[in-house]
Design a protein around this ligand. Structure first.
Ligand code: MN
Length: 356
């Protein structure tokens, strides 16, 4: 076997000797031979390919521990790991992009007068929560008011009090007049209030908690807060758009290309949450979104008891054909129960209207 000194090897793979010594210590790339007398490291020509792979993975921004795992795999396995790593980077970037968009929208709406100065908009709304046909209790909570819409899906032995507490913590927003330009404070307060309320209700048990998907009406926009696997949809110009991203293990597997949406719908662990409001976790990072309202928009907030058994293709016509929110929530809950009603089901529907 042809052996190269560390200097010659470093030159050939365009890594510094210092980097090679570090990779040796980190077990990323062991020299083929270490002279027991002098401690000099020698590398084989066959190791050049792996050294170059390490260098390329470093350039990709992959953490060292993950590079070690990739290098231990065969080519097909390494390809799969790199694909999964990159999908994760893109998902994280997408989440940050959404937050950036939210902040840009928020600051822009402060600096430029919006439509609400000429047209007054208001919400017409209805909430309905149902036990379903299988569960012995309803652990969902749904609420709709002139300024607050919310769906929470409690889980664990104290799930019902947890979802109730999260929604109760937001209801004060319906009673107090809201000062202008305070959307950020309001959302921060809403999330903190809901987190504390859930902890009070659930104790510090991480197995007990709730999802929360809520919208606060500002007069021209809906500010959305989202944690867990309940969802928000927008029906606009006849099209149905999902505007929240499920915080579930299966959704992250879809994002990483490891699972198709079809496989996800029957996956045994499809209910496993990556994020939720629980007594044991105070590191929750909710998704935030600012949605410009248009007259004619119809919003739907729902728990997984709806979309788990009623696919989007069926939700859309039910939502579109209902003449008013109360009719819509009854049709949607009815469809979930007609499909077996395996879970609690909650729906909130709100229409954006020009004020009378
Ligand atoms: Mn549920």
């Amino acid at each position: 076997m042809e052996m190269l000194t560390i200097g010659a090897f470093a030159k050939a793979c365009r890594l510094s000797p210092k980097a090679l010594r570090l990779y040796d210590e980190l077990d990323l790339l062991r020299p083929a031979r270490v002279d027991p007398e002098t401690g000099y490291r020698y590398y084989s020509v066959a190791q050049l390919e792996q050294a170059r792979l390490v260098a390329w993975l470093r350039r990709l921004g992959m953490p060292l521990a993950r590079i070690r795992e990739v290098c231990a795999l065969d080519d097909a396995g390494a390809a799969r790991e790199i694909r999964a790593y990159w999908a994760r980077v893109e998902a994280e970037t997408a989440a940050r992009r959404e937050l950036a968009t939210f902040l840009v929208d928020h600051l822009s709406s402060l600096s430029s007068p919006s439509r609400k100065d000429t047209t007054m908009l208001e919400l017409r709304y209805c909430a309905l929560s149902d036990r379903g046909l299988v569960r012995t209790a309803n652990q969902d909570t749904a609420y709709a008011g002139a300024r607050v819409l919310a769906v929470a899906d409690g889980f664990g032995p104290g799930g019902a009090p947890a979802s109730t507490a999260a929604v109760e913590a937001l209801r004060y927003l319906d009673r107090e007049p809201r000062p202008a330009g305070s959307v950020l404070n309001l959302l921060e307060d809403a999330v903190r209030g809901a987190t504390e309320a859930v902890r009070d209700a659930a104790g510090t048990d991480a197995e007990v908690g709730t999802t929360l998907t809520a919208a606060v009406w500002t007069g021209s926009q809906l500010a959305l807060v989202h944690i867990g696997d309940s969802r928000a949809y927008l029906l606009r110009d006849g099209g149905l758009f999902r505007i929240t991203h499920d915080h579930t293990v299966v959704q992250s597997m879809i994002d990483e290309g490891r699972l198709t949406p079809e496989e996800a719908s029957t996956h045994p662990q499809r209910a496993l949450l990556l994020q939720a409001l629980t007594g044991g976790d105070d590191t929750v990072v909710p998704d935030l979104r600012l949605q410009d309202a248009r007259p004619g928009d119809r919003y739907l907030l729902c728990s997984d008891g709806l979309y788990g058994v009623v696919p989007d293709e069926e939700i859309r016509p039910l939502l579109a054909s209902a003449s008013a929110p109360d009719e819509a929530v009854q049709a949607l809950v009815g469809a979930a129960n007609a499909a077996g009603g395996p879970d609690n089901v909650s729906c909130v529907v709100a229409d954006v209207m020009e004020a009378a």
